[in-house]
Design a protein around this ligand. Structure first.
Ligand code: CS2
Length: 501
């Protein structure tokens, strides 16, 4: 690592921006990108080009292309609700840095795999054309839990106005911009079918239980409901949805991270992302056609991803949420501070040992107790600055994926999941505190970031008496679990333990 003192002199004037041209003059300590992204062929369309994708799948793709010399896996990235990433990456010809940080050191490498970045509100036809191009073989998604518009039970939420609008566009054939990632995918699939461009693999890289199978079912059911069973039958024969487990802790990029990268790079990088050193990608070996040789970059292909995915969601992500809510309630800003708190560490271990491990089947080659410890050690990494508030976002769509399966499995064998209920209680207490405007972290009043913020605020308001019940009756979140008296009592006990009044 290059220390800041040895870095290039950036005080003389405004630093130049990272671009294909300026990257040629890089100092030795920064790992350069092996390709000029403009020379790659687009083989992948990625929906949801946020920081996670850029620090995870994009890095694997670059390494796979570098290992094989195959330049056919450039990525066209589609943003979600804002054009922010277009402004970050397009002026840099797709190049950006990944700043990897742990307690001992930081390092910076450049990634350049994106052949373009499109903002669907203005550029739906461009994304659709790329999905339909014969040179494209893979669509990957990181659109977060809420991006799937899932109804409880796993089907599509057809009452969602944006999804309904996208289905209407698909039916009418007009060229209104897609409003949801699924809508964009449907338009792309329809165009690929029309153009007879061959099979396609659609790879969910989100933290959804059984992500591939859920997405396959979601697509089939939505297309049927939208009167497009012709397209659904083509999808059934020509498109596969490999399941995946993705893992890398990627905090939001801060001004401090940008300053650190500037000192290392000597160039301003608006597209910078930050990550821990660890990364893991397990994919189901079920691709419909060609794909990058991601195993050359360290990915694992297997016949059955589910045990990996379930262990990761139920251990890592559930512990993350536990630390996020309980940590924030204690005034702790970062996940590393939260895991350093002995009570919260004990709560995290109790969750895994008492409630999660009994629900997990063996994972080939993985000692789950060691996995738990390695996850806790990664979360203790103080260098990333990963915040409790970032992980605390979107609880109403995250908890069903990472925690409620555990709760359901424990109740099914007659066990009361006290530790998991304590995490539900911590979420409720967090929502109550935040919606009352009384949670302040780092001098800032925390606001509720959740697609169901209004319903949650209504459930959180009012007397503590009945608070657990008002939440558990939100069937969009808890499904049929709301009817469990054991769960309600355990959550109410958790609220009392947290001193909620
Ligand atoms: C986190 C995840 O923000 C969150 O909800 O739990 O993003 C987590 O960092 C990743 O899944 C790690 O792979």
């Amino acid at each position: 690592m290059r220390s800041r003192r040895e870095g290039p002199d950036v005080t003389a004037g405004a630093p130049l921006r990272l671009s294909a041209a300026t990257a040629r003059r890089l100092a030795g300590q920064v790992e350069p990108a092996p390709f000029d992204p403009r020379e790659l062929t687009t083989g992948i369309v990625h929906l949801g080009i946020g920081a996670f994708h850029r620090a995870h799948q994009a890095v694997y793709t670059q390494d796979a292309m570098a290992a094989t010399g195959d330049s056919g896996w450039g990525v066209l990235g589609a943003t979600q609700r804002s054009r922010g990433v277009v402004d970050q990456l397009v002026p840099q010809q797709g190049l950006y840095g990944v700043l990897t940080k742990d307690a001992a050191a930081s390092s910076l490498r450049l990634v350049g795999v994106h052949t373009g970045v499109a903002f669907p509100r203005d550029e739906t036809p461009r994304v659709v054309a790329a999905i339909a191009a014969p040179s494209t073989h893979v669509v990957t998604l990181t659109v977060t839990e809420k991006g799937y518009r899932l109804a409880p039970g796993g089907g599509p939420d057809l009452t969602d106005p944006d999804l309904a609008a996208d289905l209407a566009t698909l039916g009418s054939g007009d060229d209104a911009p897609a409003r949801t990632p699924l809508g964009l995918l449907f338009l792309g699939l329809a165009a690929r079918h029309r153009g007879d461009a061959g099979p396609l693999s659609v790879v969910s890289c989100d933290n959804l239980a059984s992500n591939g199978h859920v997405l396959a079912a979601l697509v089939a059911r939505t297309l049927d409901a939208g009167g497009r069973s012709d397209l659904a039958s083509w999808v059934a024969t020509s498109v596969t949805f490999p399941a995946t487990m993705v893992d890398r802790i990627v905090p939001a990029t801060t001004p401090e991270h940008r300053a650190e990268a500037l000192a290392l790079l000597g160039l301003r990088d608006e597209g910078l992302v930050v990550a821990e050193p660890f990364g893991q990608w397990v994919l189901e070996d079920a691709f419909a056609g060609p794909r990058p040789v991601w195993e050359r970059a360290g990915a694992t292909f297997t016949g059955d991803v589910e045990p990996f995915e379930r262990a990761k969601l139920r251990i890592l992500n559930a512990v993350h949420s536990t630390l996020a809510y309980r940590g924030a309630l204690r005034g702790l800003t970062t996940i590393a501070d939260a895991v350093a708190d002995p009570d919260l560490l004990a709560a995290s271990r109790a969750l895994v040992d008492q409630d999660v491990l009994p629900t997990l089947e063996a994972v080939p080659g993985v000692d789950l107790a060691q996995y738990r410890d390695s996850v806790l050690a990664r979360m203790a990494n103080p260098a990333t600055g990963h915040t409790t508030v970032q992980v605390a976002s979107d609880g109403s769509v995250k908890l069903p994926q990472r925690l409620l399966g555990t709760v359901r499995d424990r109740l099914a064998v007659g066990a009361v999941p006290h530790a998991a209920s304590a995490t539900i209680a911590a979420w409720i207490a967090y929502v109550r505190s935040v919606t009352a405007g009384s949670l302040v972290l780092d001098g800032r009043v925390v606001t509720l970031d959740d697609p169901r913020a209004d319903v949650l605020a209504a459930a959180a308001a009012g007397p503590v008496d009945g608070l657990a019940d008002r939440f558990l009756r939100l069937s969009d979140v808890f499904g049929d679990l709301g009817g469990s008296r054991e769960l309600r009592d355990a959550v109410a006990a958790g609220l009392r333990d947290l001193g909620v009044r």
